[in-house]
Design a protein around this ligand. Structure first.
Ligand code: ATP
Ligand code: MG
Length: 354
């Protein structure tokens, strides 16, 4: 039996609620299958922690995290801290510090879930988001504060190395899917430097993957294609900002932000990868016990797959689908169930697995 060391960072708001649910399901899975063991350590890094200590991650925090096999993350964001401070205080230092450059976001309408699209059942996508540079490189500045000539710049940085590695990752992933189809999404008509580099490198890399069908779309047109022709899409690769937006759209079209999972991968495995639901801390529903934990369950399945526990990941995914199919739905999916009810349904389904 293999043991995996997991760092648990619940963070803020519903992040703490859904992560507790996720751990409950993982425990049920570990004890029912007997095929793996998780050793977890909790890190209290959150916005409350920041308000008390002046930082999200203490000195030596990243070095400590580096010793884990994976990071299971909730959400960060609080009404007491500006969003750019919390995001750059906790989530982005981990993604950048551990070179988690490939952000993988599958989207699919789970059984029993209603898509806002009539043909929503056709959605079976993976959004691949470049996660280390681009528009969120953190470069730019402010000057002449308060004056009419005040300037704020936000520099999007695209390196050949960064672009090539995300394209290669996307082709490798697309190659493993039945349809083997990859769509390049950029905005290279209006942005003529970094976006044109994205296009050029994509088609250079494509030569190494003759078995993968490719096409390209401008990001604005891609939003309409996702709504109008969902079956025409399999895997898409886009920049940090573009894919952030496209994956929220993909989540909404597959029923709710509350079901959408994410893996922040360091594909070379030099550093631990981080697994989190797409959604944020959602203060409007925090403490009410109605957050949908499905995104976190799905995220946990992605984490197990990454850890080499494919069979446990499949069991968990089947349990999630059994629960959604049975109609145990939280309010974001139009139901009346609570976080605890969905968790119970998933744990029961795990225990009912042969
Ligand atoms: P972030 O800036 O971290 O991306 P956000 O401002 O986009 O966060 P979220 O917290 O992701 O906002 O969610 C937006 C809204 O979607 C929430 O206010 C909440 O109503 C709903 N929502 C998000 N996640 C869930 C969930 N797991 N269950 C139910 N509703 C959710
Ligand atoms: Mg958001």
């Amino acid at each position: 039996m293999r043991t995996h060391k997991i760092a648990v960072i619940p963070g803020d708001g519903i992040g703490t609620e859904v992560l507790a649910a996720g751990l409950e399901a993982l425990e049920a899975l570990a004890s029912h299958t007997g095929s793996f063991k998780l050793v977890t350590e909790h890190f209290p890094w959150s916005s409350d922690y920041y308000l008390k200590h002046g930082h999200y991650i203490p000195e030596g925090g990243l070095a400590k995290l580096k010793t884990f096999d994976a990071i299971f993350f909730g959400a960060v964001g609080s009404q007491q801290v500006p969003d750019h401070v919390s995001l750059w205080g906790l989530r982005l230092p981990i993604c950048q510090g551990f070179d988690q450059y490939a952000n993988v976001r599958p989207a699919r309408v789970l059984p029993g879930v209603k898509s806002p699209l009539v043909n929503g059942k056709e959605i079976d996508w993976v959004v691949i988001r470049e996660n280390s540079e681009g528009e969120y490189a953190g470069m730019g500045g402010r000057s002449h504060r308060g004056l009419p000539i005040e300037v704020g710049t936000e520099v999007a940085v695209f390196t050949r190395t960064g672009v090539e590695r995300i394209h290669r990752f996307a082709f490798e992933l697309a190659r493993k899917r039945p349809r083997k189809h990859l769509t390049l999404v950029t905005k290279s008509n209006a942005q003529r430097f970094g976006m044109v580099l994205w296009d050029e490198v994509f088609f250079e890399v494509a030569k190494d993957y003759p078995d993968v069908k490719t096409d390209r779309e401008l990001v604005d047109a891609m939003t309409t294609r996702m709504v109008l022709k969902p079956a025409s899409i399999d895997v898409m690769v886009a920049t940090n900002l573009h894919a952030d937006i496209l994956s929220d759209l993909a989540a909404a079209l597959s029923g709710s932000l509350g079901i959408a999972p994410t893996a922040n991968l360091n594909p070379e495995r030099t550093f631990p990868s981080m697994f989190e639901p797409i959604h944020g801390s959602a203060f409007d529903i925090t403490g009410k016990g109605i957050a949908n934990p499905t995104a976190t369950f799905w995220t946990a399945a992605m984490m197990l797959e990454h850890l080499g526990e494919e069979s446990a990941a499949k069991t968990l995914m089947a349990a999630i689908e059994k629960a959604t199919a049975s109609g145990v739905h939280t309010p974001d999916l139009g139901g009346k169930a609570r976080t605890a009810d969905v968790t119970q349904a998933v744990c029961d389904a795990i225990r009912a697995t042969a």
